[in-house]
Design a protein around this ligand. Structure first.
Ligand code: DQQ
Length: 512
């Protein structure tokens, strides 16, 4: 499975308050793969490196693991390779934050133990509060087994002496994978879901139960999906015969199952009855460079979602940059009356707003109507646009003065989609450019409402509270920092638009 994992990832990449932490001085731990002076300086000047999204001090990150609100502080763990900006030798990085925005990097939480059940990597998993003991559950490879580690101080973690706690898939089941545990309490017991799947059938999530976290009884599959008959591949994730990173939680009066497959995060909303979850048609959490989402509850009763924002440039370019992967902004989830999962950036993000610019309401017609007076690498934009008679309308971001390099965020009336068009976003041939598009049907007379976060190469888009699309762009020209409006095939009307210059969370792009 490890071998399969590596080639799969290469595929993805190639196609592609309680404590006053915020006031603390920057502190990097040698054990966390801290960059040397030369790399620090390079990172500090890299215009593609985000300045208010979380990312490690250097090197590779992928999935968020075990986000947990612990004693008034947010903790984030994540898949991390301390050796460089490429996938491999998976460790768990660790950071904490008082406010979801300012992070302090901590020593690595988990590293593979030579000769142990996680000798080939500590894959994704979860963190829980077990009667006051912070406890991590993760997948050891190879083969894939489930392991546990506990902590007294929430900084150093000790692996359970009798790992693995689950030494393989249930007897008699031949599965496509067995990884990424997620846990919750039910009655007095612990429940555990593991991502898995069946060849020729589809992805699945295996449900277990335990009284003590160490002795587990397999119950049955929670739900099983269908493979995609249109994809021919040996990779079971590509064909939807393997579900990665399941997450399962109540939202409103329903339950939500999140799973990562086919390199997208799906959600299902439905009923959890008799310990089974009946699948309704799924929707996507995000249509873009976003994967392996994972949620947490916080002290305010909010369900907060995190995801891995992948790169969209070559492996060589990532290695040369010295960093790869970013965490999405925290998204607060809700269950909407229309059945969609609502997603809004956590209000804490607004604490980074600096100077504000208001654009004049105006009629828009043309491929690129520049908006002079505001530009930047780190911006938040809110815009309301009446599509009017246009076929396509929206924003141009990271645009040169002549519209040379530019990235478009468009509502397309037909077929009713939100599109992220990065075709002309960069002159660098090592970047992946194209169009990501997702369904967004605006009822007649309804306006397009966008919230867009620009941060170095990361672009996170929230549309009408129910559609998210995350993109990556790597403009080559220093002047590609402008904004513009677009309306094609007719005219549209900008109803309102505000832009904030966002304050970096650190001076040196090390995000701690
Ligand atoms: N990433 C981890 C796996 C998981 C995959 C390995 C999803 O545990 O299935 O880095 O991106």
């Amino acid at each position: 499975m490890a071998g399969q994992g590596i080639s799969r990832r290469e595929f993805i990449i190639s196609t592609a308050g309680a404590i006053a932490l915020a006031a603390r001085p920057s502190r990097l731990h040698a054990g966390a793969g801290a960059p040397d002076e030369a790399l620090r300086s390079k990172l500090a000047h890299d215009p593609h490196r985000p300045q208010y999204h979380f990312l490690p001090a250097a090197n590779w990150m992928n999935d968020p693991n075990g986000p947990i609100y612990w004693k008034g502080v947010y903790h984030m763990f994540y898949q991390y390779n301390p050796h460089g900006a490429y996938w491999g030798d998976m460790h768990w990085g660790h950071a904490r934050s008082p406010d979801l925005i300012h992070w302090e990097h901590l020593p690595m939480a988990l590293a593979p133990t030579p000769g142990g059940p996680d000798k080939d990597g500590c894959f994704s998993g979860s963190a829980v509060d077990h009667d006051g003991v912070p406890t991590l559950f993760y997948t050891g490879v190879s083969p894939e087994v489930q392991c546990m580690a506990t902590s007294r101080d929430m900084i150093t973690f000790r692996k359970y002496a009798k790992n693995p706690v689950i030494s393989g898939p249930p007897e008699g089941l031949t599965v496509t994978g067995f990884r990424d545990p997620v846990l919750w309490r039910e009655g007095g017991n612990w429940m555990l879901l593991i991502g898995s799947g069946f060849r020729g059938v589809g992805g699945t999530a295996l449900l277990y139960e335990s009284k003590n976290l160490t002795d587990w009884k397999y119950l049955h599959t929670l739900s099983t999906g269908k493979l995609d008959p249109h994809v021919q591949s040996k990779d079971p994730v590509a064909t939807a015969e393997m579900w990665e990173c399941p997450d399962f939680f109540p939202l409103g009066d329903k339950h939500v199952l999140l799973i990562s497959t086919q390199y997208k995060v799906r959600y299902y909303v439905g009923e959890y009855e008799d310990r089974r979850f009946h699948l309704n048609p799924h929707r996507l959490i995000d249509f873009g460079a976003y994967y392996a989402a994972k949620s947490m509850m916080d002290g305010k009763g909010r369900r907060i979602l995190w995801g891995w924002i992948q790169e969209r440039r070559s492996v060589e370019a990532q290695k040369a940059a010295g960093w790869s992967g970013v965490l999405s902004l925290p998204r607060v989830l809700s269950l909407r009356k229309d059945g969609f999962v609502g997603m809004e950036p956590a209000p804490e993000v607004e604490s980074l707003r600096g100077q504000e610019h208001r654009m004049q309401a105006q009629r828009v017609k043309g491929d690129f109507v520049p908006l002079p007076g505001v530009r930047g690498e780190t911006l938040e934009i809110t815009a309301e646009i009446d599509p009017g008679s246009s076929e396509e309308c929206g924003l141009a971001v990271r645009a040169g003065p002549d519209g040379g390099e530019r990235t478009l965020i468009l509502y397309r009336r037909r077929p009713g989609t939100l599109a992220f068009d990065s075709t002309h976003s960069s002159l660098d041939p090592q970047t992946t450019r194209g169009v990501d598009e997702r369904p967004l049907d605006l009822a007649k007379g309804k306006n397009l409402k966008l919230r867009v976060f620009l941060d170095g190469s990361a672009v996170e888009i929230f549309a009408n509270g129910r559609a998210c699309l995350t993109g990556r762009v790597y403009p080559t020209k220093a002047e590609s920092l402008g904004l513009g409006l677009v309306a094609r095939g007719g005219s549209a009307r900008l109803v309102s638009m505000q832009v904030w210059e966002m304050r970096p969370v650190s001076r040196d792009r090390l995000t701690t």
